[in-house]
Design a protein. Structure first.
Length: 136
């Protein structure tokens, strides 16, 4: 096993992710920020955070697969969401949960950060996902 996920005793719970990951492989995979666009750069789910989260994670899975990795190899996920507010959490989680089984995303998640930003590189981009994985 190249990735061990854990939450040491005394760390804040419940959260839908582990607080710690340990990667023991020798190859690192870094998937650049993925957004809700298809292979032809068509916009997927404009103005829909749930749909954009799902598509960005599908694109992340494609990037991982290109390097021979899956979400089981991920040691960290980082999400950037525009104009974040706590009221958006349900829509965000709905997008994640809609592809969890499809993409083999572990539950609980690996360590994850959700960072609110004012703006991503184009106005229709509501979310961007980065993934970091370790392989033997």
């Amino acid at each position: 096993m190249t990735v061990q996920l854990l939450t040491p005793e005394g760390m804040f719970q419940p959260v839908p992710y582990h607080h710690v990951s340990i990667g023991t492989g020798t190859r690192q995979v870094h998937v650049a920020g993925q957004i809700a666009r298809d292979a032809e750069a068509n916009h997927i789910a404009p103005d829909d955070l749930t749909g954009q989260v799902a598509q960005a994670l599908r694109n992340t899975a494609r990037g991982l697969a290109g390097a021979g990795a899956t979400f089981a190899d991920v040691v960290r996920l980082r999400f950037f969401v525009t104009h974040w507010s706590p009221e958006k959490m349900d829509d965000f989680m709905a997008g994640l949960e809609s592809v969890t089984d499809e993409l083999g995303i572990p539950k609980p998640l690996p360590p994850v950060s959700l960072i609110g930003v004012d703006y991503l590189f184009e106005p229709d981009v509501l979310v961007e996902v980065e993934a970091f994985a370790v392989l033997d």
